[in-house]
Design a protein around this ligand. Sequence first.
Ligand code: FCB
Length: 442
Amino acid sequence: MAFPKNFIWGVATSAYQIEGAVNEDGRGRSWWDEFCARPGAIQDKSDGSAACDHYHRYPEDIALMKQLGIKAYRFSVAWPRILPDGTGKIEWRGLDFYNRLVDGLLEAGITPYATLHHWDLPSALAAKGGWQTREIADWYADYSAIVARELGDRVHNWMTLNEPWCIAFLSHEIGEHAPGLHSRKMARQAAHHTLLAHGKSVQAIRASAGSAAKVGIALNFEPMMAVTKSKKDVAAAAQMNPLDQFFGWFATPILHGYYEPAVLEEAGADAPEIKAGDMALAAQKLDFIGANYYTVSRVKAGKAGPEVTKHPTNERTLMDWEVCPDGLYGLLMRLQKETRGQTPIYITENGNSFVDVVSADGRVHDERRVEYLRGHINAVQKAIADGANVGAYFVWSLLDNFEWARGYQQFFGLVKVDYATQKRIIKDSGYFYQKVIAGNGI
Ligand code: FCB
């Protein structure tokens, strides 16, 4: 079965996870630089200072993509490279890096998809309150306008934020990501500010990048699914569903202009301050909606009500995430319903981490990653066959890279990176994906 003609097959990365070169060409500090220095924050005590050295090796990485037949590359722009202080003076050397990257991509026949922010907040702005302050929406709009103006003659596909759920909840309540806080109230206030920043960024990109610009966002999802097909587990999952933070705090306001009432009720006194006009700002009409999907969360009927649980038998990845292609199918069908088919859906990240071994033949036979991709690409195909308006699929990730709090101990790449030598080896999953692209399907 083939995919629609012109289906976009891509790979995704982010700046802090691959670039390295944190002290070069005038880059300012980001709160991830600070967070990595905090004892206990990163499992292997590492940081992104060298990462995959993509800042210098981008021509080699473009050549790898070209070899694999990749049609589209989703990368992120590092805010502290463009505006070292977060606002004010532009660092042209930082912008030039992205100019060279974009030119190299276009020369190789690869379409650039730029994410304006993938978590590396300038430290100068963190010191002024970061995502806790409403002003961040204006800082972000100014930054968005600069990048859109400078790259917009060649970059026509834009994502405002990557996974605002992680910016809000993983960073401010769960404490696993920079700045490592544990506050319910701060998480919900940050969530609201990400939506304001998103809305103003959409407007700024449209005003600055030219009429060809297509603008969206990359949201993450972890659908709640019943752990068995039993009536009581299915009912428990249905009961939990309105509390789904990924829809409730993000997709619902962005697509419909209001927070899911259940999440506001759950927030109680920790609900964010919402001013007149905020929700309309959040709900800018988008050219596409990006969905990052890795896994599901499972719900069972407990004694005192619905409970979160683990699936007893399904395979789990090195991240300890359940492998569940059905979750992706269900998510796409739900997004189709929520958007009434009006907004194309792009899968902006999908992939997973498994232990890789270099065999005697010098190759990486990563069968489990191949099977993961096969299962999920089949799920996308099925959703399209059932009417979902899916236009793109990006594998996370091109390269093994710095996996945030897990450091260099997770491996999501289609290409293995030996961090000591920076040598790249295309894994079997990379060759598998090459065939998928060439055949426009499996
Ligand atoms: C997503 C992030 C990405 C990477 C993958 C594994 O949440 O967007 O940077 O960490 O997970």
